[in-house]
Design a protein around this ligand. Sequence first.
Ligand code: ADP
Ligand code: MG
Length: 536
Amino acid sequence: MTSDNVQPIFILNDETTRTKGREAQRMNIQAAKLVAEIVRTTLGPKGMDKMIVDSLGEVTVTNDGVTILQEMKIDHPTAKMVVEIAKTQEHEVGDGTTTAVVLAGELLKRAESLLEQEIHPTVIAKGYRLAGEKSRAVLHDIAEEIEDKDRVALLKIATTATTGKGAETAKEHLAGVVVDAVLAVAHNGTVDRDAIKIEKKIGDSVEQTRLIHGIVLDKERVHPSMPTQVKGAKILLLDTALEIKNTETDAKINITDPAKLQEFIDMEEQMLKRMTDKILASGANVVLCQKGIDDVAQHYLAKSGVFAVRRVKKSDVERLAKATGARIVSNLDDLDKAHLGSAGTVEESTVGDEAMVYVKECKHPQALTILVRGGTAHVIAEIKRALEDAIGVVASALTSRKVVAGAGAPEIELARQLRIYANSLSGREQLAVQSFADAMEVIPRTLAENAGIDPIDALTELKAAHDKKERWAGICVHSGKKMDAWKQGILEPLKIKTQAVSSAAEVATMILRIDDVINGETTVPSARPNPGASLE
Ligand code: ADP
Ligand code: MG
């Protein structure tokens, strides 16, 4: 074989696409910027909401960054990496998801113009890494410490998180509910966010949202002749059905004699009776079952004055286990008195037109439920998300006690100090750190834009104030003027900012370092030739 007759070698599958160099960078940056662009208009107290309709026609109306991105089912691999930082933010802090994504988008946008100036991506990445580290130090430095369990400060933090989330009229009330809840579950400086259950019930108004000490289930007791209230409840948590199991395979029983049929039915009844007898023998007077309860079993339980609920959600069963000290029972043969949990009262009472089950005065007093009320399903869903954000920030502030003011103040201060830091560096990294500093200003700029305020005027005024050591000068979204965000009570936990800046810097550097995208994903898997077919 002569050298000019070399066969090309394919090491990739036919369907694999490959993009390299500047083109790959350009596409990745574009994708990340698009994600940031989507959520940008929702930032801040004057941010707008989005309506997302999924493939089943289910509608979500929300202002919450992470919810928007999750519901949108984003497909692009780089865009997904940006969505991941919103998820991390949600998991770590519970709020600040839009901020993190907007920052990442802006960092990449600034990096793009550095790339155009022929600055190598690894130099930009290094500069961003340095700036990210410096940012954390600056933020720690400017943060202020609040007193332990400082209720007033925590209320302000909760209010800031619910601002602009469709709960304006009730935001003080909701903040109170959240702070009470978090303080109640706080233990040795840690907060178990999962101990707070949020249950939704349509009806009434958002102001009627309230905190209940105990666990509320959106369920009714299975049989009307069961008691509506049980004092000194001994609770059995079951995760199997109180029913006769259907056979896995289709079975047919031929019965020729009517008496035989009756015998068959009687036998089933006997089996169910034996099941309920086992329950009664354990001393349980409340049965909360994750699966179904057969009519016959319902009848026997009701006859003995047992309160029973069926199809309780798995997450609730787990929560109930924690709250009442019960062990979840899977097999009635193993049932023992020691497996039962206890609560002062279990009762059914009506909220609006519908009944709900309350498990109160639990053995473990930290079990709480926030019962969200509101006019429509969409309203209460959004209130629930706002409450989750608020629980996150209050918990974060309660554990670390480090707090910053918001309204763009920390970002302007960060930009100012990063510029000073940039001057201490030499070479091209300096340019990258300066770009990082500029990128931070996207937060106050967006807050202004979303409020219909001229961003250039607002930023000029804010920067001048920070140069004069007005550390908490932020933007007033009503007047467009500067204000002291701390004095105005716009407080946020430090972690919301450090986490957002760190994740944004990390994802931006990761994306910048990619210069080759090899994509073997096939959009239509069924279109692939069947490998077996070619063998014939
Ligand atoms: P995120 O998902 O990032 O939390 P939000 O839509 O909740 O996005 O907006 C948060 C931003 O709004 C923060 O920068 C916060 O400081 C700012 N903010 C909250 N309340 C106010 C207010 N009353 N005035 C000005 N800015 C505010
Ligand atoms: Mg928020």
